[in-house]
Ligand binder design. Structure first.
Ligand code: HEC
Length: 168
């Protein structure tokens, strides 16, 4: 009888040690998964800009016209090489914001003043629109010039106007 008892206690002891260990592992995995999820979110938010930069960097330098095929894509363009194709330029400040500016300004990445954070925007808006335009066009600290785009001045100004209107 006592032998059965000791083997039972022995089983229970090792069982709780194993169970404790498994719970510990599960907690570690949970914490790790949360950490991964957070860093991935940040990466995704900035990916749009990275993708654009990569596409620009790997664009072929030269293309070859082939006789008998449609070569219209090779037509010499008189636009400056770094100008965005007209179709890529947002038509409104809202559209510009939603395409690019939101990636930093909605979550407040890298110290970007967050949309809706009136304390962060108050003193910036108080500088006046001219200064805000200036900083959006030429960059400031971690704020890339034109938000990392090559959109024309008017588009960037419209995006600033839209952002200011969200934070009044
Ligand atoms: C890569 C992240 C990022 C993107 C994309 C981005 N911003 Fe910013 N922006 C910042 C950061 C960081 C700051 C804070 C800079 C500082 O005060 O040092 C900032 C600040 C600003 C300010 C305030 C400047 C001032 O004078 O205080 C304006 C206006 C602004 N951004 C407009 C824009 C517009 C418009 C776009 C889209 C075309 C854009 N941002 C896209 C990161 C970003």
């Amino acid at each position: 009888m006592s032998k059965v008892e000791t083997s039972d206690t022995h089983f229970l002891n090792s069982f709780s040690v194993i169970l404790g260990f498994l719970i510990f592992v599960a907690i570690c995995l949970f914490v790790y998964a949360r950490y991964l999820g957070r860093t991935q979110l940040e990466q995704q938010m900035t990916q749009q800009l990275q993708l654009r930069a990569v596409q620009q960097n790997v664009a072929p330098l030269a293309r070859v016209a082939i006789a008998g095929q449609d070569n219209s894509a090779l037509a010499v363009s008189t636009e400056p090489a770094n100008a965005a194709p007209a179709a890529d330029i947002p038509k409104t400040g809202k559209e510009a914001f939603e395409k690019v500016c939101t990636s930093c300004h909605t979550l407040g990445l890298n110290g970007a003043p967050k949309i809706g954070d009136h304390a962060a925007w108050g003193p910036r808006i108080a500088q006046g629109k001219a200064v805000l335009y200036q900083h959006a066009l030429n960059g400031k600290g971690n704020m890339p010039a034109r938000g990392g785009t090559n959109w024309p001045d008017a588009t960037i100004r419209a995006a600033v106007d839209y952002m200011v209107s969200l934070n009044k």
